[in-house]
Ligand binder design. Structure first.
Ligand SMILES: [Zn+2]
Length: 475
């Protein structure tokens, strides 16, 4: 690892171009603060990890991503025959809410894309989501099935306000804020959808949002249209610029999987990684580096070392492998199997290397036993962080692409073993499945998937920061 120190600098020169408008971030700015602030939160989360997330039994293609849509979109061919087409306004077809203690999501199905506005209201605490649309009248699917009553959203209702506005009012069981709001175009059998993600907020943040929206409302009659959250962006202000290291799998003599038509995994994942890098850089919230930017062969340990040496805040390996069963399809996100043997353990046997892992966290000349404990703590925390990152990414992939059954998985992937960098491996799909292979070669699918992953990355960092903020307030 010592030898790699110089290597790091030269790599980083190569990466400067990749960093584009974002700043190249150098290792000395390793930010110990968030990592330790979220320790308590991380351990609490670990206790809540569902068991059996890696259960791969009876693996079947997933079709759980959305409820079937019972209402046909408007037929533009025969507008006179359908009473719904009279105004030409988008129609709200259905609204659904899912809610847990940590987050909630409102999905509004639309006959076509439309504008929306977000308003925070107090007494009682609510978030109202307005869509420029009219409510679907022919078949009343809009009546919500009430959520369980637990979690962030206590109840919600949908109503037509005036002739051009449909308002979904979310009653909050605690102060909350909009994390992301965006409109997805219609694709496959899915209609256009407005997706609004909501997470807890401190009372102060919520009160400030209510005040802001009140002032806006007094100056204009209609709520100001909200700006869609860009992929990789957030409605919550960022405080730092995390470094994301993207690792396109395979390369050079190692082609990875191959589709029937000869397209190679190494080329697909490189193209995808470059796209993801562009999206993340454009959001202005991240520094981004790639382990390879061309058709280069890299050893697995080099990939891990590049992330570690540069103090990456997240490592994302991108693959599109083959599977023995060609019917298996869909995207999935892996974290490292807890029972996997770490090859790095051999490296870490050297006390000096251990000290290197916890550099910045420990005082110099610490007793070896203390160093051991710290390394172990850090590694356990990274496991939790990796799992949370995988969950965030899957949560954003969910409305955008076909997911594999049990999409958050664990496996013994060598590249996921950094003890100090949250690491995930994304299987975009399987080249052994014809539908997946067709998708992987389709620009529109790749854009949508890369956008969703960028959203997942930004929500992961938001959540960590919000959790810290909430913990501070609670004290
Ligand atoms: Zn692969």
């Amino acid at each position: 690892m010592r030898v790699l120190a110089n290597h790091r600098i030269t790599r980083f020169d190569a990466w400067a171009r990749a960093a584009g408008p974002g700043k190249s971030r150098f290792p000395e700015v390793f930010d110990t603060l968030p990592k330790f602030r979220i320790l308590a939160f991380a351990f609490a989360a670990m206790m809540l990890l569902p068991t059996g997330i890696a259960a791969g039994q009876d693996d079947q293609p997933s079709s759980t991503q959305n409820q079937p849509i019972t209402i046909q979109p408007l037929s533009t061919a025969q507008p006179a025959e359908t009473p719904l087409a009279t105004s030409g306004l988008p129609q709200v077809l259905e609204a659904r809410v899912s809610s847990t203690a940590d987050r909630a999501r409102l999905v509004v199905d639309l006959s076509q894309q439309s504008e929306f506005a977000l308003v925070s209201l107090s007494e009682p605490n609510r978030i109202a989501v307005d869509v420029r649309a009219e409510r679907q009248k022919a078949v009343d699917q809009v009546e919500p099935a009430a959520p369980s009553g637990e979690g962030l959203i206590a109840d919600y209702s949908v109503q037509q306000l005036g002739s051009e506005r449909v308002r979904t009012t979310l009653e909050l069981s605690q102060p909350a804020q909009v994390q992301q709001a965006y409109v997805l175009e219609a694709f496959d059998d899915q209609p256009a959808r407005l997706v609004v993600d909501i997470i807890p907020a401190t009372p102060e943040v919520f009160a400030a949002n209510v005040e802001r929206d009140l002032q806006q409302a007094s100056s204009t009659e209609q709520p100001t249209p909200a700006v869609e959250t860009v992929p990789g962006g957030s409605n919550i202000a960022a405080q730092s610029r995390p470094l994301i290291v993207i690792d396109p799998g395979h390369g050079g003599i190692d082609s990875g999987a191959e589709a029937d038509n000869g397209v190679k995994e190494k080329d697909i994942v490189l193209d995808f990684a470059l796209k993801l890098q562009d999206i993340l850089l454009e959001s202005g919230r991240f520094d981004v580096a790639l382990t390879r930017q061309d058709d280069t062969y890299l050893r697995l340990e080099q990939r891990v070392m590049l992330a570690r040496q540069n103090r990456a805040d997240m490592f994302i390996s991108i693959h599109a492998d083959s599977f023995q069963q060609p019917e298996i399809r869909g995207a999935s996100v892996y974290t490292r199997d807890e029972n996997a043997t770490d090859v790095l353990d051999k490296v870490l046997a050297d006390q000096e290397n251990k000290a290197d892992v916890i550099a910045g966290l420990a005082a110099p000349h610490m007793a070896p036993q203390v160093v051991d404990i710290l390394v172990d703590l850090l590694r356990r925390e990274m496991r939790v962080q990796s799992y949370l990152a995988a969950q965030s990414i899957v949560h954003q992939l969910e409305p955008s692409v076909e997911l594999r059954r049990f999409p958050v998985r664990q496996a013994d992937f060598f590249v996921l073993q950094a003890p100090d960098v949250p690491s995930v491996l994304i299987e975009l799909g399987f080249l052994s499945n014809n539908q997946d292979a067709a998708n992987l070669m389709q620009g529109e699918w790749r854009d949508r998937t890369a956008n969703a992953i960028a959203r997942g990355i930004s929500t992961y960092f938001d959540d960590a920061r919000t959790a810290t903020q909430m913990a501070d307030t609670a004290q």
